[in-house]
Design a binder for this molecule. Structure first.
Ligand SMILES: Cc1cc2nc3c(=O)[nH]c(=O)nc-3n(C[C@H](O)[C@H](O)[C@H](O)COP(=O)(O)O)c2cc1C
Length: 293
């Protein structure tokens, strides 16, 4: 059985810039999901090196993910075309899918509203990733203020599925088979998860990160990077939220990192307290069971 993504199962390991290593992508693809190389923080040469690393570990398909303009590094699309991953995905806006599709690469764009899903379909993507309000990490929102674009997954998936004719991949808060089954019943053709994969040993996520996600509620704020993201509301993050308005993204991130008492930004979704520590193979098998009837 092959999913529309080319992987055994339409289960995407969400790209996670600054955290998830290429070896995680390789492990997920090898287990029958679709691993993602998060290339937003990489140079084109570093991306090509990450692609070599994944290909040395698996012959299964994988994805490469970037941030849309104006955050797209020069030469990145050319590097993706040279690397020819099976799938290319993006967030924060729209990357013209035409040259990638012409090269035989499947293109996924991130939507946080049905309006954004329509804009992505009009731009020519092959599938839309519907990022619900529960999702960990940065919001992909690009058409309206974030406050108007925090739609729970249970509303976002059916509204996107009604708005577009391309497949919809559900992202946000999915940690077990029951979550995946619910997303499929809402009209999703596939699923994407980030937080659940943070809790696999293959991700190498630091213990303090997992502990923060278990200890604190999460919150969506632009106080850390200048762009809205969901992360653990640690005392440090609360102090930033109570401070002066943030600089634009990504200058705010650099300013915060330079603070003498700076702590890490523990990105993660609302479902973190329900996530179990288990291997990539166990997690992919758990999700896959939802597709087996
Ligand atoms: C630590 C972390 C980093 C992320 N980085 C990216 C990224 O680089 N590119 C991207 O498209 N999405 C990124 N996301 C968002 C995911 O693509 C996805 O929407 C989210 O993880 C789904 O929600 P979940 O975390 O509840 O599974 C990130 C999420 C997390 C948790």
């Amino acid at each position: 059985m092959t999913s529309f993504l080319g992987s055994r199962w339409p289960i995407v390991q969400a790209p996670m810039a600054y955290v998830a290593p290429p070896s995680l992508a390789a492990a997920v693809s090898e287990a029958g999901g679709l691993g993602s190389i998060a290339a937003a923080a990489l140079s084109p040469d570093e991306l090509l090196e990450a692609v070599r690393e994944v290909r040395a570990a698996t012959s299964a398909p994988f994805a490469v993910n970037v941030f849309a303009p104006p955050y797209l590094a020069d030469g990145m699309v050319e590097a993706v075309l040279a690397a020819r991953p099976a799938v290319f995905s993006f967030t924060f806006g729209i990357v013209d899918p035409a040259p990638l599709r012409a090269a035989g690469i499947l293109v996924l764009g991130t939507a946080t509203t049905a309006e954004e899903a329509r804009a992505l379909e009009e731009a020519g993507v092959d599938a839309v990733v519907a990022q619900g309000a529960e999702a960990g990490g940065h919001r992909g929102t690009f058409l309206r203020p974030v406050e108007e674009s925090l739609v729970p997954l249970a509303e976002l998936v059916p509204s996107c599925a009604a708005a577009v004719s391309v497949p919809v991949v559900a992202a946000g808060g999915l940690v077990d088979a029951a979550d995946v089954r619910a997303a499929l019943e809402l009209g999703a053709a596939g699923v994407s998860a980030g937080t659940a994969f943070l809790f696999t040993p293959e991700s190498g996520t630091p213990r303090e990160w997992l502990a923060a996600l278990r200890t604190y509620e999460t919150v969506v704020t632009d106080a850390y990077t200048g762009r809205h993201a969901r992360a653990a509301r640690t005392p440090f993050l609360r102090s930033l939220m109570d401070g002066p308005p943030p600089l634009p993204f990504p200058e705010q991130r650099h300013a915060v990192a330079a603070m003498p008492d700076a702590e890490r930004f523990f990105l993660g979704g609302t479902s973190a307290p329900r996530a179990h520590e288990r291997t990539v193979a166990e997690l992919v098998a758990e999700f896959a069971s939802a597709f087996e009837g």
